[in-house]
Design a protein around this ligand. Structure first.
Ligand SMILES: CC(C)(COP(=O)(O)OP(=O)(O)OC[C@H]1O[C@@H](n2cnc3c(N)ncnc32)[C@H](O)[C@@H]1OP(=O)(O)O)[C@@H](O)C(=O)NCCC(=O)NCCS
Length: 148
């Protein structure tokens, strides 16, 4: 837990959770095991995150969110109050979520809509087209060539 993360009153925590700088968990939330609340993300009051679920950087959730096991909310998503998201689902970067979603879906947009089903075993956040391993390797090579 980073010292610049904040937990509200009566928050219940399981084990192995990660709170990055600027993470805020408001009153009466429950966070099960091995969840991530990433940089500058906030979970509204009475929210519940099941195990292995995550909020990417700069996610803003209204109160009473239910986030199912293994589900991932991507960069910069806003979620209004009272939303339920099932298990193994992904909300794409930059979305505005105004309705609940079930299990095993990818949804994004403003307002977010179901785009497709998730295939069991597919990576959660990497994209086939735009985030190739080779571009990651290029970054690592650039970094290793720096003289600082
Ligand atoms: C939701 C997501 C997983 C979808 O990945 P995907 O199914 O592999 O989608 P693709 O990259 O193949 O894109 C398919 C199309 O949807 C569009 N698209 C993808 N994600 C989108 C999003 N979040 N919002 C709007 N459009 C999106 C693409 O531009 C593409 O359009 P095109 O066919 O006209 O070119 C991915 O876009 C995403 O949001 N990843 C989040 C990454 C993240 O938050 N990382 C945090 C790490 S801490």
């Amino acid at each position: 837990m980073h010292p610049k993360s904040i937990l509200g009153k009566d928050v219940l925590l399981g084990c192995g959770n990660v709170f990055m700088p600027g993470a805020i968990v408001n009153a009466n939330c429950t966070i099960h095991d091995f969840c991530i609340i990433n940089t500058n993300s906030s979970l509204g009051h009475d929210g519940l995150m099941e195990s292995y679920s995550s909020l990417a950087p700069s996610v803003c959730c209204g109160g009473n969110l239910y986030l199912g096991q293994f589900s991932a909310v991507s960069l910069g998503v806003n979620i209004i109050n009272g939303i339920e998201i099932g298990r193994h689902s992904v909300i794409g970067a930059g979305s505005l979520v105004v309705e609940s979603f079930g299990d095993n879906i990818v949804a994004y947009g403003s307002p977010a809509k179901i785009i497709r089903k998730r295939i069991i075993g597919e990576p959660y956040l990497s994209t086939s087209k735009k985030q190739s391993l080779s571009s990651l390797r290029n970054l690592q090579e650039l970094r290793s060539n720096l003289s600082i």
